[in-house]
Ligand binder design. Sequence first.
Ligand code: HEM
Length: 117
Amino acid sequence: MNEDTIDGYTIPADGLVLYSPFTIHRHTDFWKDPEVFNPDHFSPKKIKARQSAAYLPFNTGRHKCIGQTFALMEGQLILAQVIQKFDIIKSVLEKPAFKPGLTLRPASPIDLTIRRR
Ligand code: HEM
Protein backbone atom coordinates (compact mmCIF):
# COMPACT_ATOMS: atom_id res chain seq x y z
CA MET A 1 0.00 0.00 0.00
CA ASN A 2 1.20 3.49 -0.83
CA GLU A 3 0.38 7.01 0.28
CA ASP A 4 -2.32 8.59 -1.87
CA THR A 5 -4.00 11.95 -2.32
CA ILE A 6 -7.77 12.08 -2.76
CA ASP A 7 -9.48 15.38 -3.43
CA GLY A 8 -6.54 17.27 -1.85
CA TYR A 9 -6.36 15.05 1.26
CA THR A 10 -3.20 13.02 1.80
CA ILE A 11 -3.89 9.49 2.99
CA PRO A 12 -0.80 7.87 4.57
CA ALA A 13 0.09 4.33 3.48
CA ASP A 14 -1.07 2.92 6.84
CA GLY A 15 -3.94 5.41 7.24
CA LEU A 16 -7.40 4.45 8.41
CA VAL A 17 -10.24 6.02 6.43
CA LEU A 18 -13.72 6.04 7.94
CA TYR A 19 -16.85 7.18 6.15
CA SER A 20 -20.31 7.94 7.44
CA PRO A 21 -23.22 6.23 5.65
CA PHE A 22 -25.53 8.44 7.77
CA THR A 23 -24.03 11.57 6.18
CA ILE A 24 -23.78 10.13 2.67
CA HIS A 25 -27.43 9.00 2.79
CA ARG A 26 -28.47 12.56 3.66
CA HIS A 27 -26.10 14.45 1.38
CA THR A 28 -27.85 16.88 -0.95
CA ASP A 29 -25.14 16.36 -3.61
CA PHE A 30 -26.65 12.90 -4.15
CA TRP A 31 -30.23 13.16 -2.88
CA LYS A 32 -33.02 15.61 -3.55
CA ASP A 33 -34.86 16.25 -0.26
CA PRO A 34 -32.99 13.46 1.55
CA GLU A 35 -35.05 13.77 4.75
CA VAL A 36 -38.32 13.11 2.89
CA PHE A 37 -39.55 9.52 2.65
CA ASN A 38 -39.88 9.10 -1.07
CA PRO A 39 -39.80 5.58 -2.54
CA ASP A 40 -39.17 7.17 -5.94
CA HIS A 41 -35.58 7.75 -4.74
CA PHE A 42 -35.20 4.06 -5.58
CA SER A 43 -36.91 3.93 -8.97
CA PRO A 44 -34.71 2.16 -11.57
CA LYS A 45 -34.24 5.50 -13.38
CA LYS A 46 -33.06 7.30 -10.24
CA ILE A 47 -30.78 4.44 -9.22
CA LYS A 48 -29.17 4.50 -12.66
CA ALA A 49 -28.65 8.26 -12.54
CA ARG A 50 -27.01 8.22 -9.10
CA GLN A 51 -23.47 7.06 -8.34
CA SER A 52 -23.63 3.65 -6.67
CA ALA A 53 -21.69 4.65 -3.53
CA ALA A 54 -24.36 7.24 -2.64
CA TYR A 55 -26.36 4.43 -1.02
CA LEU A 56 -24.41 1.82 0.88
CA PRO A 57 -26.37 0.15 3.66
CA PHE A 58 -24.46 -3.04 2.81
CA ASN A 59 -21.12 -1.26 2.42
CA THR A 60 -19.14 -1.57 -0.80
CA GLY A 61 -15.73 -2.80 -1.91
CA ARG A 62 -13.87 -5.72 -0.36
CA HIS A 63 -16.01 -6.10 2.76
CA LYS A 64 -19.36 -5.61 1.10
CA CYS A 65 -22.10 -7.65 2.78
CA ILE A 66 -22.33 -11.12 1.27
CA GLY A 67 -25.98 -11.33 2.36
CA GLN A 68 -27.12 -8.25 0.42
CA THR A 69 -29.07 -9.99 -2.35
CA PHE A 70 -30.57 -12.47 0.12
CA ALA A 71 -31.54 -9.73 2.62
CA LEU A 72 -33.19 -7.55 -0.06
CA MET A 73 -35.15 -10.51 -1.46
CA GLU A 74 -36.16 -11.75 2.00
CA GLY A 75 -37.23 -8.25 3.08
CA GLN A 76 -39.49 -7.82 0.06
CA LEU A 77 -41.06 -11.27 0.48
CA ILE A 78 -41.80 -10.69 4.19
CA LEU A 79 -43.21 -7.20 3.54
CA ALA A 80 -45.42 -8.45 0.69
CA GLN A 81 -46.84 -11.24 2.88
CA VAL A 82 -47.40 -9.04 5.94
CA ILE A 83 -49.14 -6.16 4.15
CA GLN A 84 -51.47 -8.56 2.33
CA LYS A 85 -52.87 -9.66 5.68
CA PHE A 86 -52.38 -6.74 8.07
CA ASP A 87 -52.69 -2.97 8.25
CA ILE A 88 -49.88 -1.41 10.23
CA ILE A 89 -50.81 1.91 11.79
CA LYS A 90 -48.40 4.23 13.53
CA SER A 91 -50.12 5.81 16.53
CA VAL A 92 -47.77 8.75 17.05
CA LEU A 93 -46.91 10.70 13.92
CA GLU A 94 -43.89 12.60 15.28
CA LYS A 95 -40.55 11.77 13.75
CA PRO A 96 -38.57 9.59 16.20
CA ALA A 97 -35.23 10.86 17.51
CA PHE A 98 -32.13 8.83 16.57
CA LYS A 99 -30.09 6.70 18.89
CA PRO A 100 -26.80 6.21 17.09
CA GLY A 101 -24.80 3.07 17.85
CA LEU A 102 -23.31 0.30 15.79
CA THR A 103 -26.59 0.57 13.93
CA LEU A 104 -29.01 3.49 13.97
CA ARG A 105 -32.06 3.00 16.21
CA PRO A 106 -35.02 5.09 17.33
CA ALA A 107 -34.36 6.73 20.72
CA SER A 108 -37.68 5.49 22.11
CA PRO A 109 -40.01 2.65 21.10
CA ILE A 110 -42.27 3.22 18.10
CA ASP A 111 -45.84 2.19 18.91
CA LEU A 112 -47.65 0.43 16.08
CA THR A 113 -51.13 -1.01 15.86
CA ILE A 114 -51.35 -4.14 13.75
CA ARG A 115 -54.85 -4.96 12.51
CA ARG A 116 -55.89 -7.96 10.44
CA ARG A 117 -57.32 -6.81 7.09
C1 HEM B 1 -30.74 -5.85 6.09
C2 HEM B 1 -29.82 -6.79 6.28
C3 HEM B 1 -28.33 -6.57 6.27
C4 HEM B 1 -27.61 -5.41 6.33
C5 HEM B 1 -28.11 -3.97 6.41
C6 HEM B 1 -26.20 -5.80 6.30
C7 HEM B 1 -25.13 -4.91 6.32
C8 HEM B 1 -23.81 -5.27 6.27
C9 HEM B 1 -22.70 -4.33 6.25
C10 HEM B 1 -22.81 -2.81 6.32
C11 HEM B 1 -21.56 -5.06 6.17
C12 HEM B 1 -20.12 -4.51 6.10
C13 HEM B 1 -19.46 -4.48 7.43
C14 HEM B 1 -18.07 -3.89 7.29
O1 HEM B 1 -17.93 -2.81 6.71
O2 HEM B 1 -17.10 -4.49 7.75
C15 HEM B 1 -21.93 -6.46 6.15
C16 HEM B 1 -21.03 -7.50 6.08
C17 HEM B 1 -21.39 -8.81 6.07
N1 HEM B 1 -22.67 -9.33 6.02
FE1 HEM B 1 -24.38 -8.25 6.09
N2 HEM B 1 -26.10 -7.17 6.22
C18 HEM B 1 -27.37 -7.67 6.19
C19 HEM B 1 -27.74 -9.00 6.08
C20 HEM B 1 -26.86 -10.05 5.97
C21 HEM B 1 -27.24 -11.43 5.79
C22 HEM B 1 -28.69 -11.94 5.64
C23 HEM B 1 -26.08 -12.16 5.76
C24 HEM B 1 -25.87 -13.64 5.59
C25 HEM B 1 -26.78 -14.47 5.15
C26 HEM B 1 -24.97 -11.24 5.93
C27 HEM B 1 -23.64 -11.58 5.96
C28 HEM B 1 -22.59 -10.70 6.02
C29 HEM B 1 -21.18 -11.09 6.07
C30 HEM B 1 -20.63 -12.52 6.09
C31 HEM B 1 -20.43 -9.91 6.09
C32 HEM B 1 -18.90 -9.78 6.14
C33 HEM B 1 -18.33 -9.61 4.74
C34 HEM B 1 -16.80 -9.41 4.78
O3 HEM B 1 -16.29 -8.74 5.66
O4 HEM B 1 -16.13 -9.92 3.89
N3 HEM B 1 -25.47 -9.97 6.04
N4 HEM B 1 -23.31 -6.57 6.21
